[in-house]
Design a protein around this ligand. Structure first.
Ligand code: ACO
Length: 369
């Protein structure tokens, strides 16, 4: 029988700096009343200059590993779902691999915008159930504050920075990720886009002058699309898991807009008490929103072993998807992790590898003039 992918560790990291609606109203023509009534957002976290998508991902990952009682070398696979990677390449996942010292892991980035975490969760689950990997780390990490135009009130009020991570481990017992659905519709690719900086519009003075390096969005259309697909994909994933909506104890939706979530719940006839919402304090953290909400739901005592949860999201692409998870918690283990020490070991290891690479290049040059 194929193994199941249990969620055995979880962690989150958000920057300390909080940007309130009141502060935003000094930057663009808006108000706390407008933002809160249209979105449900009160404030969001914004990265300091020295914080990056990878640094937030590393923090969340080490916390997830600590809870799972695993060391980085136990990981076979690292997936970073992100809409704000550090570079087009190398993958942010490789930066994380190096900084935590995951010496045996393959690492890649996954781009499905805000649905990326659901996609990543499903990909890691499939890798585990095929027997190809035993232990995987799935991360959603963002510094979208670097990609929005802080003069554009249509977009800058929505997004925040942060990271969340899950450790997935193989086990025979039926629990963990029970089902997932992934969907896309590229005919809506123009509704939410960051057009510049890729191979279609490589960065030039012209692209920068036109602001093509900023997020552009047709909010009304994205809103209509989102309300439709959130309920659809929830129903599909629940049916695929062989469950009914009544069997679901908690919905953890992508935290983009309170009204989108409320409409989806209404369509599904799920009462608001069975949904976890924290977007008032974070805004839209894109791929990080579902794992961050999961961490907070756990801390708030809303997740118990045996609970069935739906995680559901949508995003640019257009993409959308949902996963049904039976919460299980960490496997029993005794190892205590010291994140600060692990980071130090990883830095020393990375330094030695870079040094060896230079020595090797020098020797090779000497022997092959
Ligand atoms: N403050 C004040 N007024 C504003 C603001 C603002 N921040 N932003 C827009 N307005 C104005 C508009 O200019 C417009 O004025 P007009 O009628 O004079 O033209 C009016 O408010 C209404 O604008 P709408 O866009 O129709 O407002 P709406 O009620 O649709 O709310 C919002 C806008 C909040 C963006 C909503 O459409 C939404 O949340 N859409 C979904 C967006 C989303 O979830 N995106 C993330 C997807 S996930 C990912 O992949 C990253």
């Amino acid at each position: 029988m194929s193994p199941y992918a249990h969620i055995t560790g979880w962690g989150m990291a958000v920057p300390e700096r909080v940007l309130t609606n009141a502060e935003l109203s000094l930057m663009v023509e808006t108000s706390d009343e407008w933002i809160f009534s249209r979105t449900g957002i009160r404030e969001r976290h914004i990265a300091d200059p020295e914080q990056t998508t990878a640094s937030l991902a590393v923090e969340a990952s080490l916390e997830a590993l600590r809870i799972a009682r695993l060391k980085p070398a136990d990981l076979d696979l690292i997936i970073v779902a992100t809409s704000s990677p550090e570079h087009i390449f190398p993958a942010t996942a490789c930066l994380v691999q190096d900084r935590i010292g995951a010496t045996k892991a393959g690492a890649f980035d996954l781009l499905a915008a805000c649905s990326g975490f659901i996609y990543g969760l499903n990909m890691a689950t499939q890798a585990i159930s095929s027997g190809s990997v035993h232990t995987a780390l799935v991360i959603g990490a963002e510094t979208l504050s670097r990609l929005v135009d802080w003069k554009d009130r249509n977009t800058c009020i929505l997004f925040g920075d942060g990271a969340g991570a899950f450790v997935l481990q193989a086990a025979e017992e039926r629990a963990g990720v029970l089902s997932a659905v992934m969907r896309s519709d590229g005919s809506g690719s123009d509704l939410l886009t960051l057009p510049g900086g890729g191979s279609r519009f490589p960065t030039t003075i012209d692209t920068v002058t036109q602001g093509l390096h900023y997020v552009q969005m047709n909010g009304r259309e994205v809103f209509r699309f989102a309300t439709r697909v959130m309920s659809q994909s929830t129903q599909e994933a629940v049916a695929k898991a062989g469950l009914r909506l009544e069997d679901i104890q908690l919905v953890i939706p992508h935290q983009a807009n309170q009204r989108i979530i409320e409409t989806a719940l209404k369509n599904l006839e799920i009462p608001p008490e069975r949904c976890f919402i924290n977007l008032d304090r974070y805004g839209n953290n894109s791929t990080a929103s579902i794992p961050i909400a999961t961490c907070e739901a756990f801390t708030a005592g809303r997740l118990k072993p045996g609970d069935n949860i739906v995680m559901v999201g949508f995003g640019a692409g257009l993409t959308w998807g949902a996963a049904v998870v039976e919460w299980s918690g960490p496997f029993h283990g005794v190892r205590k992790l010291r994140p600060a020490r692990l980071r130090l070991y990883a830095r020393i290891r990375s330094f030695i590898l870079r040094l060896l690479r230079r020595i090797d290049a020098w020797m090779w040059g000497r022997n092959n003039p």
